[in-house]
Every structure is written in C-alpha cells, then in structure tokens.
Design a protein around this ligand. Structure first.
Ligand code: ZN
Length: 378
C-alpha cells in the first residue's frame, strides 16, 4: 500500500469548480441521504450520479459518464500494450443514482480532480527569506495548517530552511495488476548431415533454418503508474524453431580447398574487360619453359591443344571448382591423371592466341570464371 499520507484538498477542488463557473460548493461531506427536499428545491434538482471518494462527493451526469471516468483513470495509469487484470482504488470510489442542484462535472473535469484534488506531504525548501504566509499561499494552505504539520517552525523561513507542506496529489491511489506479453526470437539449431558423395571441403545448406518465437507473460503491479512489482509468470514456445540442415562432405578428396600460385611470373594482364572483350583469367609472364604446377589437387580433365587457349590443361578439383592453364609449351600430365597440389603439370609457352610467353590462369567456381587474385597471392 501507498505509505504517503493523502488527504482530499477541498479548496483545490473548489478552485476547479470555480473555473467551471459554479456558485455552489462542489463538494459536500459524504453524509447519509439528506431529508427529502421541499417541493420547490426538488424541482430544481437534476437526475445525476453521485460519486463519493473518501470525504468528498461530486456529481456526474449519468452512469455512462461514471464508466467513462473509470475507464479514463485505468487508461491513464495502464502501461502501453498491457492488459488490466484488476484495478483497485483507495479510498474506494462509490457511485449511486442521485438528484442534485450542484454543478454536474464533465468526465474530463472529474478526471482532473481525481488526479490533482488530493494533497500529500512534501518538504519545501526556501530559496530565499520567505514568510510562512507566502509559503501557505503557494500550496493553497493556511499558516495554521503549516504549523500543525511541523513540530518546529520559524517565521520567516531563511534560505535553505526546510518545512513540511501539503502539495497537490491524486485523490486516489490506483493499483493496477497488468498482464504484459512479450515475444522474443529463439535461435534455430544447425544440424550437420554427412554426405558421402561430396568431398570434405563441401558444406552446403540443404534446408534453411528458421527462428522460433518465445512468449513471456509478466504480471506488473503499479500504483498510480509507478511499478511496484514485476513477476515473470510463464514463458512458452509459441513457434518452434526449424533446424537448419547442412550437408557436410565426407569423401576423401584430392583438393585441399585452397589454391596456390601456379607459377612464378609477372602479372601482365589482370582479370576483367580487355580490348572490348572479357579476360576470364590472369596472365603471368615469364620465360618459355618456366615450371607450372597444379593450384590444388584434382583430376586432369583436359590436356591438349584448344584453339586460342593453345595448349590447355583443365583440372577438376571435384569440389565445384576447376582451374585452367593455357598457352603451355609442354605437358607433364594427360587427361585422367590425378594430380596433387603443387605437382608440376607443364611449362610456360606462347601457343594459341598469345603475343609472348606467359601462363593464362583461370579459376572457375560452379563453371563461372572468378578473379584468380581472390584466391591466390602473387
Ligand atoms: Zn590470358
């Protein structure tokens, strides 16, 4: 429960009412039903709903306005996205059908009053020499009320002096028990499945994973909007994550999965557009007869004259990649040979469409030519 001492500030309420240009006092003590009014007064009395809060009473037009006031109060203190399970109001607010000659408040006026018509104790610190009367005015109190709140007081107060006062506060303490639901992602698992048809370097997603969803329910209790407790009640998986299936090759392959520079030479032409055409490899220039080695292990699928390539060797690394070595002056291998990474396969030459001795070297991934410099260092 709220430990702050609260009282109803009838003076402040009267001020709210004055703004509404009513002459009669707004609040009357919550007394038992008054004796039946005389006939003349009964005619002036309007149908209304009396709302009693502690010692205070005010009037609303009808029960629909009362319901709207309660809803507005609940919404004001409710956390965004939460569902209210229970609302307790202290002191209790009671409503009943009544006839009145008093001013009938709108829902907004009544709401404003509930939020600011109470008073709670606070400590006031004087910023300069100040009379008790001046402080009393600031808080809509009397000097006697201030004296009653303080065992020791001085008049005037000096700069820095502290004194207990009553400041505007809600007339009620609204306790809400709210339910909050939050969703969070649950990571999926990656499950590896051995694939004996693929060489060891191969790792392929065969089924994409999907994150699941966890829903957490929290019970949050608040007093006039201030959270007093928050308890996680339950967490449940509302959407199961879907495992990601990854095929991992187990076949002993010839390839290591990385390429080495196949010869010693000067980069005389890079990968990319050249002379209005596309150069699918790099050219490494060096003297005819310079040794050329397999960039990685694999099977020689071609070792023969091939048009503008001249003498060409193609090695299939059996992991989705292949390499090409062109313009050779000599072959050290033939189609079908198994070669190890770094094994000599031929010699630099200038056969085919070539303007001087060099090795034309290509790297293909899934059949598509890639820039060899992404795989080797010169
Ligand atoms: Zn070339």
């Amino acid at each position: 429960m709220n430990k702050i001492r609260r009282t109803i500030n009838l003076g402040a309420l009267a001020a709210v009412m004055a703004a509404g240009m009513v002459h009669s006092p707004v609040f009357a003590a919550a007394a038992p039903a008054a004796p039946a009014p005389v006939a003349a007064e009964a005619q002036k009395a309007a149908e209304a709903v009396s709302v009693t809060v502690g010692d205070a009473v005010f009037y609303l037009k009808n029960s629909a306005d009362y319901d709207a006031l309660m809803a507005k109060l609940q919404n004001h203190f409710k956390a965004e996205g939460a569902t209210v399970r229970r609302m307790d109001i202290e002191p209790e607010i009671k409503a009943q059908a009544a006839k009145t000659e008093e001013k009938i408040l709108t829902v907004d006026e009544a709401f404003k009053m509930l939020l600011t018509g109470g008073r709670e104790e606070a400590v006031y610190v004087a910023e300069e020499t100040e009379s008790l009367e001046s402080v009393a005015k600031k808080f809509n109190m009397t000097v006697d009320e201030i004296k009653a709140l303080n065992a020791n007081w001085e008049d005037p107060l000096h700069k820095g002096s502290k004194i207990n006062v009553l400041k505007p506060a809600p007339m009620v303490t609204v306790t809400l028990e709210q339910e909050k639901k939050a969703q969070s992602a649950v990571a999926f698992k990656t499950v590896e499945k051995e694939d004996p048809n693929q060489v060891k370097s191969v790792r392929k997603v065969v089924k994409a994973g999907k994150a699941g969803t966890m829903e957490t329910t929290t019970c949050v209790e608040s007093e006039n909007g201030k959270v007093t407790s928050s308890v996680t009640e339950a967490s449940c998986l509302v959407q199961e994550p879907v495992d990601e299936i990854v095929a991992v090759g187990t076949k002993e392959g010839l390839a290591t999965g990385s390429f080495m520079t196949p010869t010693v030479g000067r980069l005389s032409s890079p990968f990319g557009p050249r002379w209005g055409r596309f150069h699918y490899g790099i050219d490494l220039a060096n003297a005819t007869g310079t040794n050329v080695v397999a960039a990685d292990g694999g099977v020689v699928t071609r070792a023969c004259m091939a048009g503008s390539y001249g003498n060409l060797i193609i090695i299939d690394h059996q992991n989705g990649t292949s390499t090409r070595y062109a313009h050779l002056s000599a072959f050290n291998v033939k189609a079908g040979d198994v070669v190890q990474k770094g094994q000599s396969i031929g010699k630099i030459g200038s056969t085919g469409r070539s303007t001087g001795p060099h090795l034309h070297f290509e790297v293909r991934v899934g059949g598509v030519a890639k820039n060899p410099l992404e795989f080797i260092k010169l």
